[in-house]
Design a protein around this ligand. Structure first.
Ligand SMILES: [Fe+2]
Length: 201
């Protein structure tokens, strides 16, 4: 190989490498990871009997929880946009009075014995998760939010919080929140709120 040809081939190889790397970065950057957020002081300290994904109906209780019903649905994807199968999504939150079911929560208000306070669900092949819950209330200086953890193979992959655009109690404090942590509420004709929140891990 002549020297000039060798230099040309080397350049082509280098350019090819750069191109492939750019393509890879592009594919990886398709879906930005959902940012993590503080666990906060009220992660459940003891388990409860009913831990399903319907938080407004506790097994054995005749009445549902009090408050605005929220149908929280979403999907868990990886950064390539592929649905994540068999991932556990766990949520915990306040009732409609802004109280957690936690011994360290001394804020005012009566706890709702018909509210489940936390629950979990495992994603099927399409990565979709759903919870029937309440709109959480604002408490202290915090805008309304739902805490969550995503577990993969028994280990926590993500701990974060969901905030709500259009929440009646949100005084727009979420404005400073990273947009990937905010979801939009839509009220259905039956009065229930619906939202879809995508989680990327
Ligand atoms: Fe909280």
């Amino acid at each position: 190989m002549k020297r000039r040809e060798l230099i040309k081939s080397t350049w082509l190889l280098l350019l090819g490498g750069i191109f492939l790397k750019a393509e890879k970065l592009n594919a990886e950057a398709q879906y930005a990871k959902t940012p993590s957020d503080a666990e906060g002081p009220y992660y459940p300290v003891h388990r409860q009997e009913d831990e399903d994904n319907n938080l407004i109906q506790v097994a054995g209780q005749a009445s549902p929880a009090k408050g605005n019903v929220l149908n929280l649905q979403g999907v868990v994807l990886n950064t390539q946009g592929q649905p994540q199968n068999g991932v556990t999504v766990e949520i915990w939150q306040t009732d409609s009075q802004g109280r957690y079911k936690h011994p360290d929560d001394y804020s005012p208000g009566q706890r709702d014995s018909n509210f489940q306070y936390w629950g979990k669900t495992v994603t099927p092949a399409d990565g979709v998760y759903s919870f029937k819950t309440l709109l959480p209330a604002a408490y202290s200086f915090r805008p309304p939010h739902i805490h969550y953890k995503v577990w993969v193979e028994g280990k926590v992959r993500l701990t974060s919080q969901i905030y709500f655009k259009n929440h009646p109690e949100d005084k727009s404090r979420f404005g400073s929140r990273y947009k990937l942590q905010v979801t939009e509420l839509k009220q259905a004709p039956n009065g229930e709120f619906n939202t879809f929140f995508q989680i990327v891990i």
